[in-house]
Structure formats: C-alpha cells, structure tokens
Write a protein that binds this ligand. Structure first.
Ligand code: NAP
Length: 230
C-alpha cells in the first residue's frame, strides 16, 4: 500500500517537532518536515519515514524550493501549516520588517505554499489544517503588543474559510485550529515565566487525531482549542 504523505511546515521545534515525532510513529505515513533549521537537534534523518528539509517561508524563491522538495511525491494527503512567528512589541514601535515578516510567515507563506501543494491533493483528496491562535479568533481576550501576530493569525482564519468555499467541489477539506497557550519556546520568549496549562506533546496529540479524522465531519471550520484564554 502507498504511504500517506503528510507535509508539516514549521517542524523543527515546539508543537511542530512533536507532530513529526507522533506522525512518524504511524508506519503507513511518510512525513515531509520543513523549517528554516529543520535538524536543530532532531535527528530526523534517523527516521526512515521522515524527509526533512530546510525551508524558509519568507524566501523570495520559496515556491520554487517547495516545488523541488515535493517533486518526487505524486500525491500529498495531509498538510499542517504550523509555522508561526510571534512579535511582541508596542504597535507604534513595529518596524516594517516586523510586520512584513510576521505576515509572510503566518499567512502569505501559507497562501504561496498551498498554491504549490493543492494540485497534488485534488486526485485523492486530503485535509489541510492551519494552525492559528486564540488571538486570531474573533471576540476573544486580546493581548497588547500582539497586533501584528494576532491580526495575521486572524487572516489565516479567514483564509481557511475562503479556501473551503473556493474548493468545496474538490475532495480537499480545510480547517483551522486556534490554539490557546502551549508551553513552547515561542510562548516562553513572548511571556517569560508564564506557565501554560498544556505541553507541546499533549497539543500535538490532539492535532494528529484532528488531522487524520476531522475532515470526515467538518470543512471550513475554525475551532478554538484552549485550556487558557477564553
Ligand atoms: N505556543 C503557544 O502558546 C501557541 C499559542 C497559539 C498558537 N500557537 C501557534 O502554534 C504554532 C506552533 O507554535 P510553537 O509554540 O510550537 O512555536 P515555536 O516553538 O516557535 O515553533 C515555530 C515553528 O515555526 C517555524 N518557523 C518560524 N519561522 C519560519 C519560517 N520563516 N519558515 C519556515 N518555518 C518557520 C520554526 O522553525 P525554524 O525556526 O527552524 O524556522 C518552528 O519549527 C504556531 O503557528 C503558533 O503561532 C502557539
């Protein structure tokens, strides 16, 4: 039987590294793991069903690079767009680079990647899971300093709904998870000393299960996954 191919963008640390570990325990899956510094202590090359590649969502040639990486796969079954960049800075102090890079990683890079990946999903169908944040979910508690992060994550929420509509006649499903606080490097840098109520391992367990099953019931849905902020 052909393995099911899953692409994980943002797979070097935190929740993304946990996703690679957990998906790779499923023998029938092949994991394509991408990040700027994908090996950073991970030793993915030791796992037979993981292909790890350095990949930067902000690179001007990212579409060509992704095409090359995916050229040996005729079909992609699942995608988790997990990469994220959090800039915590007063709005008036944000530089053009802060804003541009945040949007490049959190939403524009996702759009450009999906332009390459989607054609490889139409024949067999598949599930695209976008990882957003409670900060990008309308009506939640907001945190000062996160304007570029939360607004770009809100754009990812809307993008999910738009793609589900545009591709509703295809066999590809799109859903978005808005995560609450998870104990990772990103959270520790943004809010030093804050203790999240859930680990990256535990959050990844939910995302793995959701990715493999939820598309049977839902499409175009935005789901809060949070033990913390309302
Ligand atoms: N932790 C939380 O409390 C929390 C809450 C809500 C939502 N989230 C979301 O959950 C996702 C995972 O977060 P995390 O906490 O695990 O963060 P993390 O530990 O900082 O990991 C982020 C991942 O994104 C990758 N990445 C960043 N910039 C990239 C770029 N330019 N190109 C390619 N990959 C890039 C990083 O790899 P490299 O640095 O090697 O490129 C890393 O693998 C993010 O989308 C985040 O916004 C997290």
């Amino acid at each position: 039987m052909m393995p099911k191919n899953i692409l994980i963008v943002g797979a070097s640390k935190g929740i993304g590294a946990e996703l690679v570990s957990q998906f790779s325990t499923i023998k029938s899956m092949h994991v394509i793991a991408l990040a700027r510094d994908i090996e950073s202590g991970n030793n993915w090359s030791k796992k037979v069903n993981v292909s790890a590649h350095n990949f930067d969502l902000t690179s001007l040639s990212m579409k060509e690079e992704l095409s090359t990486i995916l050229s040996k796969y005729s079909q992609i079954d699942y995608v988790v767009n997990n990469a994220g960049l959090l800039v915590n800075k007063a709005f008036l102090e944000l530089t053009e680079k802060d804003i541009q890079t945040s949007y490049d990683v959190n939403v524009i890079g996702v759009m450009k990647s999906l332009q390459i990946v989607l054609p490889k999903m139409f024949t067999s169908g598949g599930h695209i899971v976008n990882i957003s944040s409670m900060g990008g979910f309308q009506g939640t508690v907001k945190f000062s300093g996160l304007s570029t992060y939360s607004s770009s994550k809100a754009a990812l929420v809307n993008l999910t709904e738009m793609l589900a509509e545009e591709f509703k006649d295809s066999k590809v499903k799109f859903n978005c998870l808005c995560l609450g606080a998870v104990q990772t490097e990103m959270l520790e840098k943004a809010f030093p000393g804050y203790q999240a109520p859930i680990s990256a391992t535990k959050m990844a367990e939910y995302i793995v299960d959701f990715t493999l099953k939820a598309f049977n019931w839902i499409n175009g849905k935005i789901i809060p996954v949070s033990l913390s902020t309302p």
